[in-house]
Design a protein around this ligand. Structure first.
Ligand code: FE2
Ligand code: FE2
Length: 431
């Protein structure tokens, strides 16, 4: 009891059911197996409670032989002594009065419990492993994972398939660029355009909303399949779905500013989007959605920004285009990395475009109502001269989309001729 090696924990009046176990565990964690801890305290039945607690935690318990013994001090060092001066003073005062009730000898059980624990990589961005095991599960990257936990079934668990070194930076950029629809959009801005322009706009917004819905559901699906070890990619996919949720909100709200109903949704448009939702492969889906679809949408939103009939619409399109540019950036970054590690990827991407083109061969692609609405928006009037100007603007938009797709295809490693051919096979629905 008075052995110099015996530390003392002063519990004062604190009972086991009031948090004393926290102090006991913290103090015992600092001892080696076999070292002893004298516990002093005045809580009712403390010795009885301590005996049960020690048995459950795997420590030896002995009643103090001499309850008047007053070894001092160990209780006042470190966290076990309590967090502040008042606590320490109280503990010291109580300690002076409290009898020593028991001596615990640290057992090996708590150390043994963690003996088989495994570090789940390192927390830093470069701390991922190539194939995190499924039993790391939901553990934070870098945590020590207790052996014997549950085994998960994350389908996307290979770094080469999902990872991008840019993911963390892109996530932080996305988090910093979030905007509040309530304050970022001038909802009350003046609208002076004629009703047929408003009709055209509502039709385009209706089309945008269903495309944004696909763009939300695709990353949401893959996010739920991704091993959380790839934290930055998970966060990025999550914030991307939040971006799309906001786009759906602002497009809907703008459409309803002057109308009570939305426009038309066609079977062809939905068929095109269904092929995106049905694509089970992460790389192929990101390729079709982000690189080709959202890449084309950046141009479309830019077009709508320029030809917006009012300031409210213009601002919505500008902000949505900014978000889409990030989505494209991630798609490009992780596919470029993936292509470096997998020489078969480009061939698979090519097949994905061709397969999708074949599946959609008998559908109209972009519906005539959307095409016409884009022309009317760019024209701003219904005179033949105005419509001709609008049609030229839409043709120019399609040429820009095609050029953008070809550039990105080249950046992924496709030859110039292939880039031209594959871009031409992209869905007429744009997304
Ligand atoms: Fe979007
Ligand atoms: Fe997007």
């Amino acid at each position: 009891m008075n052995d110099a090696a015996t530390k003392v924990l002063e519990l004062g009046a604190l009972g086991l059911d009031e948090g004393a176990s926290v102090l006991l565990r913290l103090t015992l964690a600092g001892l080696a197996a076999g070292e002893r801890l004298a516990v002093r305290g005045s809580a009712p039945n403390l010795a009885v409670h301590l005996r049960a607690w020690a048995r459950a935690e795997g420590h030896d318990f002995a009643l103090a032989a001499d309850t008047s013994a007053t070894p001092r001090s160990a209780s006042t060092d470190g966290a076990a002594a309590g967090g502040n001066e008042a606590d320490r003073a109280a503990s010291q005062r109580d300690g002076d009065r409290s009898p020593c009730v028991a001596v615990l000898t640290r057992g090996t059980a708590s150390a043994a419990r963690w003996a088989g624990a495994e570090r789940a990589g390192r927390a830093a961005a470069d701390g991922t492993v190539a194939q995190p095991p499924q039993h790391w599960g939901l553990a934070a990257r870098g945590a020590a994972v207790e052996a014997g936990g549950p085994v998960f079934h994350f389908a996307l668990h290979e770094r080469d398939v999902v990872w991008s070194d840019d993911a963390g930076a892109l996530y932080r950029a996305a988090a910093a660029a979030q905007w509040d629809p309530a304050t970022a959009i001038p909802w009350q801005a003046e609208r002076t355009h004629p009703p047929f322009v408003e009709d055209a706009l509502v039709q385009v917004l209706t089309y945008l909303i269903e495309n944004e819905t696909a763009a939300l559901l695709v990353p949401a699906k893959f996010c739920s399949q991704l091993h959380p070890h790839f934290r930055e990619v998970m966060q990025l996919l999550a914030i991307q779905t939040a971006d799309e949720a906001r786009h759906i909100e602002v497009f809907t709200r703008r459409a309803l500013l002057a109308r009570e109903q939305l426009g038309l949704s066609t079977g062809g448009g939905q068929a095109s989007l269904q092929t995106l939702l049905d694509e089970p492969d992460f790389a192929l889906a990101s390729f079709l959605l982000s690189v080709l679809g959202e890449g084309s949408f950046v141009h479309l939103l830019g077009f709508l920004h320029v030809h917006a009939p009012d300031r409210c619409t213009a601002e919505i399109m500008r902000l949505a285009a900014q978000d889409e540019a990030r989505h494209v950036q991630f798609g490009m970054a992780h596919l470029r990395r993936h292509a470096q590690h997998d020489p078969t990827l480009l061939a698979r991407l090519r097949l994905a475009i061709e397969r999708r083109h074949d599946a959609l061969r008998h559908t109209a692609g972009l519906n005539a109502e959307v095409f016409d609405a884009l022309v009317v928006l760019a024209a701003g009037e219904l005179s033949p001269t105005g419509i001709a100007r609008g049609a030229r603007a839409v043709a120019e938009l399609q040429a820009q989309m095609d050029a953008g797709r070809r550039t990105r295809l080249r950046q992924l490693g496709f030859e110039a001729g292939d880039a031209v051919a594959l871009s031409a096979l992209h869905t007429r629905n744009f997304m």
